[in-house]
Design a binder for this molecule. Structure first.
Ligand SMILES: Nc1ncnc2c1ncn2[C@@H]1O[C@H](COP(=O)(O)OP(=O)(O)OP(=O)(O)O)[C@@H](O)[C@H]1O
Ligand SMILES: [Mg+2]
Length: 387
């Protein structure tokens, strides 16, 4: 039997694979709960790396660094879904690691992921594997235009996606993904005509206990999530349907940890699955201020097999806005003074050294009595933020 691994009366170090903002926010909660944190990342002074003396800077591909990181950690979790499962298995020989290698194998590849959920009865858009250039014509025939091409692995912030609008784009698609330095495995997907994009966070521990967060609306611009509205302004039945799909997904992969499930609310009112992230998720950042237990705290509770905290909202409404880079250069903003004058808004800056256009540098969350009020407050603060 797997015990609750974390015992607050002893020192306990949670190792995190990855040192970005998600690792940083996991670490913040870990410290609150009396844990220590070890971080492994390529390079020093990552957002989470600067928080601990147990910082390993050569990355998990480096044998010696990986071994030292394992030795320093009592158990291990991750903030990044693209870790080779063989590395997770290696860690698993001497330490608990959640989510498991088996779960990660099912979700890392979007084609495998969609196939898994389709078999579990989750509604998914029509999709197919693309192996040859001729398959693009098959996809067009099957789905019509536009349709989506997605890299099966390593896509994020829409970087692995391409919307194909006409046949004359096939050459471009092939050059982009198949004839460059790195050949990418591809899949095609019907273009879903949706009214809203939704997301639900789910926490699940090894005992199978589950906490489901409210259904939120995510608003993307240029394939990057910019705003999250909690709760989503849709009928309760649709919110509950989204929560039900999210739980079904996490159970289908025996997920332990926290998981972000992205969905589309189709024009006809049906909800279909888009993708799952096996880690804290941008759409769940609002939970820090707006829920009884944040996604980061429940991540720790889940991977250490502790009882989960309530995922219910403790305020009526919240709005989260990402602070995306608007220039290149130093990651330190010019001024946050005017922004901090807006009340009921929390500022989170991740401490990234360099800014690039579109890079997630931080976020802010407004809480309020209504979604409209939260949206206005968050935007008022955003306007006053000066890079
Ligand atoms: N089949 C589809 N039909 C319509 N729009 C889609 C479809 N798939 C993706 N999109 C749009 O592209 C965005 C990014 O797609 P997806 O979530 O697959 O990419 P990602 O790069 O893995 O994700 P993320 O932006 O969450 O890191 C979606 O949020 C949605 O706006
Ligand atoms: Mg996505």
């Amino acid at each position: 039997m797997l015990p609750s691994i974390y015992n607050p009366s002893e020192t306990f170090t949670l190792g995190i694979l990855g040192g970005g903002q998600l690792a940083k926010m996991i670490a913040q909660e870990a410290y609150k709960m009396g844990l220590r944190v070890a971080v492994i990342e390529n390079g020093a002074d990552s957002p989470a790396g600067v928080m601990t003396k147990l910082e390993f800077t050569d990355g998990w591909e480096n044998e010696a660094d990986l071994l030292a990181f394992i030795k320093a950690s009592d158990m291990i979790t991750l903030e990044n879904e693209f870790i080779d499962p063989s590395i997770l298995r290696r860690i698993g020989e001497s330490r608990f690691v959640f989510p498991t290698a088996e779960t990660m194998e099912l979700v890392q590849d979007k084609f495998t992921q969609k196939t898994t959920f389709q078999h579990a009865g989750v509604p998914v858009p029509r999709f197919m594997e693309i192996q040859t250039k001729a398959d693009l014509a098959k996809a067009a025939e099957e789905f019509g235009y536009p349709f989506m091409i997605k890299t099966r692995k390593y896509g994020y912030d829409g970087y692995g996606n391409y919307t194909v609008k006409r046949e004359t784009e096939f050459d471009l698609v092939w050059r982009k993904f198949k004839e460059g330095e790195t050949q990418r495995d591809l899949m095609a997907e019907e273009f879903v005509s949706f009214t809203k994009e939704l997301a639900v966070m789910v926490a699940r521990n090894k005992r199978g206990e589950i906490q489901v967060y409210p259904c939120v609306q995510t608003i993307q611009q240029g394939h990057i999530c910019v705003t999250v509205i909690a709760p989503a302004q849709i009928p309760v039945e649709q919110q509950e349907r989204a929560q039900q799909i999210a739980v079904q997904c996490v159970e289908a992969i025996s997920g332990v940890g926290v998981f972000g499930v992205e969905m589309f609310l189709r024009d006809d009112g049906e909800i279909v699955f888009n993708e799952i992230a096996p880690r804290p998720h941008n759409s769940g950042h609002y939970t820090i201020e707006a829920c009884y237990t944040s996604q980061f705290e429940n991540c720790i509770r889940a991977v250490t097999n502790m009882p989960l905290g309530s995922a219910a909202m403790r305020v009526p409404a919240a709005c989260m806005i990402n602070l995306l880079g608007e220039r290149t250069g130093s990651g330190i903003p010019d001024s946050v003074v005017e922004m901090l004058k807006v009340h009921d808004v929390s500022l989170h800056l991740y401490g990234k050294k360099d800014v690039r256009v579109g890079r997630k540098m931080g976020h802010l969350t407004a809480t309020a009595n209504t979604v409209d009020e939260a949206f206005q407050k968050a935007n008022a603060a955003l306007e006053k933020f000066v890079w």
